[in-house]
Design a protein around this ligand. Structure first.
Ligand SMILES: CC(C)(COP(=O)(O)OP(=O)(O)OC[C@H]1O[C@@H](n2cnc3c(N)ncnc32)[C@H](O)[C@@H]1OP(=O)(O)O)[C@@H](O)C(=O)NCCC(=O)NCCS
Length: 165
């Protein structure tokens, strides 16, 4: 039985271990224990029989936008719907907060497309690009793909709009 719930401070070490496992393999960015600790209220965790098997966070980036980040599922727990359940919990939170859009930068755009996201132009999220990406060592050689889910009722899910910084 999979249970997705808000993370607790006691989850910081397990979240850090899981994110580090995938970050060391180049699948996601590293997060320090301090970063996870500070953002713990953004995190959801998935547990199976009480054991942490997945995590993900929803970071509010502005009045209408949030980012799904640090999404990871243990290697031995994949393809059982856990990643999808964590993303669904993040989307539910975003709706509760009244956000219009949820985006992610990812090396796994196919996974997000299955959750209803569409491929976007990263410049749709200037607050991310100029607020954070610009400080990333991979900024000029970024291979991550932007994906977005529009939560507004009747939203036009057409091609990406390009917005200047
Ligand atoms: C990406 C990741 C979170 C997916 O989690 P998961 O629990 O294995 O995925 P789920 O079982 O919830 O998959 C949901 C659907 O997406 C599909 N899917 C899973 N990984 C996929 C991928 N890499 N590409 C395309 N589709 C994928 C599944 O087949 C499933 O499809 P279905 O709905 O047709 O059955 C997991 O593979 C992971 O932790 N990867 C390493 C870290 C990482 O890459 N994180 C993402 C960084 S943003």
């Amino acid at each position: 039985m999979i249970c997705v719930e808000p993370a607790r401070l006691s989850d910081v070490a397990a979240i850090h271990e899981l994110v580090t496992f995938w970050a060391d393999r180049g699948d996601m960015l590293h997060r320090s224990p301090g970063e996870i600790f500070e953002a713990i209220r953004d995190f959801k965790v998935a547990r199976v029989e009480g054991k942490l098997v997945g995590c993900g966070s929803l970071r509010i980036m502005g009045t209408d936008l949030a980012e799904v980040r640090s999404l990871a599922v243990r290697e031995d727990a994949q393809i059982r719907g856990i990643g999808a359940a964590i993303v669904a919990a993040c989307i539910e939170d975003a709706k509760q907060f009244g956000l219009d859009r949820v985006f992610a930068l990812t090396y796994k755009p196919g996974f997000f497309e299955k959750q209803g996201f569409r491929i976007a132009n990263v410049m749709e999220f200037p607050q991310k690009v100029w607020g954070e990406c610009v400080r990333c060592p991979f900024f000029t050689n970024c291979k991550e793909v932007a994906v977005v889910l529009d939560l507004r009722e009747g939203a036009d899910l057409g091609p990406a709009r390009v917005a200047g910084p």
